[in-house]
Design a protein around this ligand. Structure first.
Ligand code: PHB
Length: 402
């Protein structure tokens, strides 16, 4: 075989979303080379709307990690969230309960900050580079075949291959089926998400339970707002015009207090599926998965990016120790240290989802039970603290060995 030109690097990273770029940035700070490949263009990634809430740990990764402090200037610190049910607001004071706040800062901005930082530092990030094959993940020289942005076939070989390639991960498909399990749950509801050109309706996020279904009032900035409402997973977003969407949102947030959303033209609309997925184990030889490639959470609670960043911080640490010791067993520490948090986030996301959403055909008994649960969470200090701890995120367990 004539073969494609072969390049080499220390850590090959598939996926230039926030997880792949943060890993590449942290490795760079530690003097470890990496190459990042992503099939999408930078513009395509920047146009993808994802959640917008950062836990304090994710903010620290950006600010203290030297990526950018733009989140502190352009983002909004939120010291609380609101649970709305029976038409009334119940505020959860995150700051008073945990000493921690969250930040509203859209994932596109996180991505842009990371992509700019990598570019400024001369990082090797290749957009428009499509991986066609994962090569020998359990060898000492794993790699990928890919087609670069100019359509040329190439090969990358590395010491460690990291799949940061999202929920439809090509790296995940290269795991041997007899060794790895996919634990999967699909929910019988979805979110209809919109971006509206409108002023803010509320200062904090409002998670609303109503007899017409769940709605979430979120924000983006002074001129654009993000809202969601529960819908059937088979909903076609193009079937819904602005008038119908606003009417649906308004009736869900309505209450005796007369609250109403401030309306405006809807500039984005899409349906988000609700899925939970965990891959176990996330390591095969010298290939590891991070972020959505390793686990997916439903959007309630906005854990996806936060979890991905936590993975990457652990992995960065583990890679440093692995290179110092030369012992492949060290790579298992990643799974042990990141895994517990993954399951906490799975529980938290599915708990919040189940508490706030009606399943199709829900019996009146079950709705009353959910309302009792919401009331217990909102009215008990311990209930509020449990929600606040999960919402603001958990600390990562410390390093096990030397
Ligand atoms: C968002 O603003 O996109 C968002 C916020 C909170 C969530 C999910 C999504 O729980």
């Amino acid at each position: 075989m004539g073969g494609a030109p072969v390049e080499t690097t220390r850590v090959g990273i598939v996926g230039a979303g926030p997880a792949g770029l943060l890993l590449s940035h942290l490795l760079h700070l530690s003097g470890i080379d990496s190459v990042v490949l992503d099939a999408r263009t930078r513009e395509e990634i920047e146009a993808t709307h994802r959640a917008g809430i950062l836990e304090p740990g994710a903010v620290a990764a950006l600010v203290d990690g030297g990526v950018s402090d733009r989140v502190l200037r352009d983002g909004d610190r939120h010291d609380g969230i609101v649970l709305r049910f029976d038409g009334e607001d119940h505020r959860i004071d995150l700051k008073a309960l945990t000493g921690r706040s969250v930040w509203l800062y859209p994932q596109q901005d996180v991505f842009a900050d990371l992509a700019d930082r990598r570019a400024a530092d001369g990082g090797d990030v290749r957009f428009g580079a499509t991986v066609t094959e994962v090569l020998e993940p359990d060898s000492r020289r794993p790699g990928v075949r890919f087609v670069d942005a100019d359509g040329a076939a190439r090969e990358l070989r590395c010491d460690l291959l990291v799949g940061a390639d999202g929920s439809r991960s090509a790296c995940r498909r290269a795991l041997p089926t007899e060794e790895s399990r996919l634990l999967f749950h699909e929910y019988p509801y979805a979110w209809f998400g919109i971006i509206a050109q409108a002023p803010r309706s509320t200062d904090e996020l409002v998670y609303t339970e109503s007899e017409h279904g769940f709605a979430l009032v979120s924000q983006r900035n002074a001129t654009h707002q993000r809202h969601y409402f529960q819908c059937d997973p088979a909903t076609d977003a193009t079937d819904w015009d602005d008038e119908r969407i606003w009417a649906e949102l308004q009736r869900r947030v309505a209450g005796p207090d007369g609250f109403a959303l401030r309306e405006g033209p809807i500039v984005e609309r899409s349906v988000l599926r609700f899925r939970s997925l965990v891959v176990e184990p996330v390591r095969h030889g010298r290939m590891l998965l991070v972020g959505d490639a390793a686990h997916t959470v439903p959007p309630t609670g906005a854990k996806g990016l936060n979890l991905a960043f936590a993975d990457v911080q652990v992995l960065h640490d583990v890679v440093g120790r692995w290179l110092r010791t030369g012992d492949d067993d060290v790579l298992n520490d990643y799974r042990h240290r990141a895994g517990e948090r993954v399951w906490r986030a799975q529980h938290f996301s599915s708990w919040m989802s189940a508490m706030l959403h009606a399943r199709p055909g829900e019996e009146p008994f079950e709705r009353r039970r959910r309302l009792a649960e919401l009331r217990m969470v909102a009215e008990s200090e311990h209930g509020r603290a449990f929600l606040a701890e999960g919402y603001t995120g958990w600390d990562t367990p410390p390093v096990a060995g030397p």
